[in-house]
Design a protein around this ligand. Structure first.
Ligand SMILES: *Cc1c(COP(=O)(O)O)cnc(C)c1O
Length: 248
């Protein structure tokens, strides 16, 4: 294993400090404890060198949206907890069933069944978040709001699944609207749904919501995990872009 580039580590550490300050400020402003908010560094499209530097810079939770990329980076940089934040296909489930991985994108029953089969075979309990399409955006993955309770209840009955919360990616902001304000409505909706479901399934506590453009709104609305890529590693595109299509 090669060592991390010190200049890169410094740069990421400085950016992480700014992001953590933003989380702290938003948390304090809404009477929350910043320690209750986990920073997931989304490393999709970034090189293994960047991932390695991120870990040395103190980022312990790393997120990827594609299974193959997650596997490649995880085998190169084994230290972190990984988060699968992109759409998951049944035939890839076996690669992400692991105690060190949190799956953020459970959105249908057949996927829950497959996770159950693979987790039972591996002898572990797989932690998952149910992804909710809060904006009913046809371009986004996730379970519809009115089906979420049903899916959580189903998954929670499977012995090798632990549903620990909900995740969402809000729809794109309509032109002329303010992105954080647009997102806040959807974040509030996810929180209300979590509160409702938690009444019957107490393990459902996490709220994975908020990206670079709407981090503060997410923290204000109760996020327990924010997923940050651009503001930690720069704009995806150059020099690292490998043509990975965004999902979510
Ligand atoms: C890419 C991605 C992120 C990070 O987005 P940034 O705007 O770069 O911070 C967060 N969540 C999901 C699901 C993503 O695909």
């Amino acid at each position: 294993m090669t060592v991390a580039d010190p200049a890169l580590v410094d740069e990421i550490r400085a950016r992480a400090r700014v992001v953590r300050d933003r989380i702290s400020r938003a948390a304090h402003a809404s009477g929350r404890d910043p320690a209750q908010i986990r920073l997931v560094a989304v490393t999709k499209t970034r090189s293994v060198d960047v991932v390695r530097a991120a870990v040395v810079a103190g980022l312990t939770d790393l997120g990827e949206n594609r299974v193959q990329e997650l596997q490649e980076k995880r085998s190169a940089v084994p230290a972190a907890t990984w988060h699968l934040v992109g759409r998951l296909q049944r035939n890839k489930v076996r690669h992400v069933v692991d105690e060190q991985i949190l799956i953020h994108s459970l959105d249908r029953v057949d996927l829950a069944d497959e996770i159950q089969v693979r987790a039972a075979r591996a002898g572990l309990v797989q932690s998952v978040l149910v992804q909710v399409n809060v904006g009913d955006d046809p371009a986004k993955g996730g379970c519809s709001v009115h089906r979420t309770g049903e899916l959580v209840a189903y998954a929670q009955r499977l012995p090798n699944l632990l549903v620990s919360g909900l995740m969402t990616v809000p729809p794109l902001t309509p032109p002329g609207n303010d992105p954080p304000r647009n997102a806040a409505v959807h974040f509030a909706r996810l929180r209300a749904l979590r509160d409702e479901i938690r009444g019957t399934v107490p393990t459902v506590t996490e709220l994975s919501m908020g990206m670079s453009a709407d981090l503060e709104a997410a923290v204000t609305e109760g996020a327990t995990m924010v997923r940050i890529g651009t503001d930690l590693f720069g704009t995806r595109g150059e020099p690292e872009y490998r043509g990975t299509k965004e999902t979510g």
